[in-house]
Write a protein of this length. Structure first.
Length: 117
């Protein structure tokens, strides 16, 4: 059974940066495509970024293009979401999704990101 743990959430000021981590254990990490989603209070869960098992390509929702970068380190079974120039509207719980054609779809418990002065 795969386990997914996100970390790195925090309270930061507008314009600041954060790096979220997503550690995948229990299965072969290289078999997974990884995506980040976020959900703000009272809103639907929103897809943010994705990276394939090979690392190419990466994709982003329009509102984070040029500010967020998704990456992965297969030696550490970890995916990352580097978030720069953060805005109040980026405030949300961020979720990591690991998707595999062999093992299906799994989610982490979420990491809270709050952007406020």
């Amino acid at each position: 059974q795969v386990q997914i743990v996100e970390s790195g959430g925090a309270l930061v000021q507008p314009g600041g940066s954060l790096r979220l981590s997503c550690v995948v254990s229990g299965r072969t990490f290289r078999n997974y495509d990884i995506a980040w989603y976020r959900q703000a209070p009272g809103k639907e869960r929103e897809w943010v970024a994705a990276i394939t098992w090979s690392g190419i390509p990466t994709q982003y929702t329009d509102s984070v293009k040029g500010r967020f970068t998704i990456s992965r380190d297969d030696t550490k079974n970890t995916a990352f979401l580097q978030m720069n120039d953060l805005k109040p509207e980026d405030t949300a719980t961020y979720y990591c999704e690991a998707e595999s054609e062999y093992y299906g779809d799994s989610w982490g418990q979420g990491a809270q990101v709050t952007i406020s002065s």
